[in-house]
Design a protein around this ligand. Structure first.
Ligand code: KG4
Ligand code: ZN
Length: 334
């Protein structure tokens, strides 16, 4: 039988990505990141959309080339329908419609957040159902109970900023470049969490990060009055303290979610799961709580199309095809 080959397309924010999955292996996974946003301290939606238009065809060509696959071999095209920036999503959705029409193959619409979770099924070890997944990205923070590939239930979510935003916004007020998450991660490695920021009191499994950002802002302002070089002189310890607090907020909720559901298969996903301290914290917490823990490899943490391709594959198996009249959904819930 001919293998099922899925081309995945991701364009929800500022990364243009294409990947090819053949049912057992990710044959290629190409990402073009948009450096242009650094100068603005955040993603500029219109600029992102235009950059996707420039990148999409070369990125797909490169993914086909690296996989050694011809256009004619593709069985279906999977694309991110949402959530994300409307102008960015439009590029991936329009490209996918044109590709599907031209090649006469089915389209598979993918929820970006479900895809972050299903990134766990690209390589071994794979989690067993049901498992809990903490998805932490620039736009979202959720604890999801995953009952099957496409059956998922959100148990808790952020009521304001996402964990990635907490990293990025704090970084901005410390004068760091965007995205600040990876920079804070690196600087924190030479510091100690000596400054204590308060833990927000939020009901059940929901999260809040905006109070943390404000308390860091007031703390830094106060310290700068005493010493104008406070940030420069203490940047490593400040980063370690911010990171430590964000991670403890996340870990405390995971413990609660595991206790409430009785589930001990615990996974993390999304851009913030690339954080080195979060990765080691989850492993040690897992040993303490007797969990099986799952952490995606780095390339599948931040935005990528491999996760879109694998999600599309499971939809392909269930024949859940999209029509040509499909539109992107900036606020796509599941
Ligand atoms: O999943 P992702 O690539 O895009 C969204 O769907 O939002 O996540 C991007 C987020 C950014 O906020 C970035 O600062 C954060 O992930 N991030 C990190 C690290 N690498 C990326 N945060 C902390 N530590 C890191 N190493
Ligand atoms: Zn993402």
């Amino acid at each position: 039988m001919k293998p099922i080959i899925i081309l995945g397309i991701e364009s929800s924010c500022d990364d243009t990505a294409a990947a090819i999955w053949n049912g057992t292996q990710m044959l290629s996974n190409v990402v073009a990141s948009q450096e242009v946003h650094k100068a603005y301290g955040g993603v500029v939606p219109e600029v992102a959309s235009r950059a996707h238009q420039v990148h999409i065809v070369p990125v797909v060509d490169e993914a086909l080339k690296q996989a050694g696959v011809k256009k004619e071999d593709i069985s279906g095209i999977a694309f991110t329908r949402g959530p994300g920036l409307m102008g960015s999503l439009m590029v991936g959705v329009s490209f996918s419609k044109a590709f599907a029409l031209g090649m006469d193959i089915p389209m598979l619409e993918v929820n970006h957040l479900q895809a972050h979770i299903l990134a766990h099924f690209i390589d071994d070890p794979k989690p067993n159902f049901p498992f809990l997944c903490l998805t932490v990205s620039g736009g979202h923070t959720q604890i999801v109970q995953v009952n099957n590939y496409l059956e998922m239930e959100v148990l808790g979510t952020t009521i304001d900023d996402a964990a990635g935003e907490a990293f990025d916004k704090t970084g901005k007020l410390l004068g760091l470049d965007y995205p600040a998450g990876p920079i804070i991660d690196r600087l924190a490695q030479q510091g100690k969490p000596v400054f204590d920021f308060p833990e927000p009191r939020i009901e059940a499994l929901d999260f809040s990060f905006s109070g943390l950002k404000t308390s860091i802002l007031y703390f830094v302002r106060k310290k700068e009055k005493e010493n104008p070089n406070f940030i420069q002189e203490n940047i490593h310890d400040i980063c370690a303290s911010v990171q430590d607090r964000i991670i403890r907020i996340l870990m405390n909720k995971l413990v609660l979610a595991s206790k409430q559901t009785g589930i001990r298969e615990i996974a993390i996903s999304g851009g913030v799961s690339a954080n080195s301290e979060l990765r080691t914290s989850l492993v040690s917490l897992g040993e303490q709580e007797n969990w099986n823990t799952y952490i995606p490899k780095m390339a599948y943490c931040t935005d990528n199309a491999a996760m879109i391709a694998i999600t599309g594959y499971y939809k392909f198996l269930r024949k859940e095809f999209a029509n040509q009249d499909i539109a992107p959904l900036a606020r796509y819930k599941f």
